[in-house]
Design a binder for this molecule. Sequence first.
Ligand SMILES: [Zn+2]
Length: 396
Amino acid sequence: MAGMALANPSASGARPLPVASEARIEAQGETVRLTLTLSQPVTANAFVMAGPDRAIIDLPSVNFQLDPKVGQKGAGFVSGFRYGLFMADRARVIISLSQPATVSDIATRTVRGGFGELVIELKRVSRSDFAAEARSAAASARLPQVEVAPRAAGDSRKIVVIDPGHGGIDPGAVVASIAEKSVVLAFGQKLRDLLEASGRYRVIMTRDDDSFVPLGERVRIARAAEANLFISIHADSLARAQDVRGATIYTGSERATDAESARLAAKENQADAVAGLDDSEDLHDVAGILMDLAKRETRRFSSIFARNLVENLGASVRMHKVPVRSAGFRVLTAPDVPSVLIELGYMSSPKDAELLNSEAWRAKAAAAVNAAIDQHFETTRAPAQAGGKSAASDGR
Ligand SMILES: [Zn+2]
């Protein structure tokens, strides 16, 4: 790395990434300082998040060449730190806090030889100040958040959230240069177009382009929209079973119906980790959510919809031999939004892959999902929204 011509980044060629070669952490009174040595100066942004308490430093893409153990030791109220690429053009340092603190200063300076030094200074704050800062950070657009407009008064359309899996730095399954993220986006957009054309639905996409959306954010969008249905779209791959084919509908459950479903959920739940996001923060959420009694009713509706889907989809496309299953998918944890995950087929099956990539197949399958959604709302009453909002007037 030392030989790179860092001083003269050309606009045409690929610019070398800044290399982080050293990190050190030290406590001094009420202050903890984390210093990163970089091959060139970078700009950084900081914010804090609660539960678990942490400070997050967003950087441009950085090639981390640090001692892997460097973040395991803390100092003062910092219990340690992690780092990694977060998105294609962003890196992140996550500093774990044992007591509430804020980033009081970030200094970028050029040191000898054109190297950069990033000094992050943290100071203890009160619990209430920390909580207020975390709330305002959460409200600001630190991630590519989808704006969710509230349900307009008098708008009686059902709200359907379509969640094309993966995206951006996380391609999902990749077989013969076809990425799951592209297949499922194309399908989601087709389904959206059909639903909107009917005039009966307001559709919200968790992503409408090739961007990364964290799993928790997908759930947040469904809940913020007070969605009547959440449909996550995927296309799995089985490395050693090219003959396994067909679509499967999954509902969320702590206990998987079978080992393959458990394995699949574990793989899909890795999406945040693939993007360098710390997914332990989500586990915290899940534990709380699983305690929520509202989920019982939501689950019943999820199961009813899953069966509708199998019925409608099964009439026009090939289904897996066990077409309805359950497992602990992170994206299926909204306690108040009936949610299913559709595995459209197996990218690992050459036949399925060909169909998944075909416009005609997508149109046929999307029409079947549309029919299942129609049937769902014609034959079932929507569950009351959790949280005691206005939907209590449902009078069930
Ligand atoms: Zn997937």
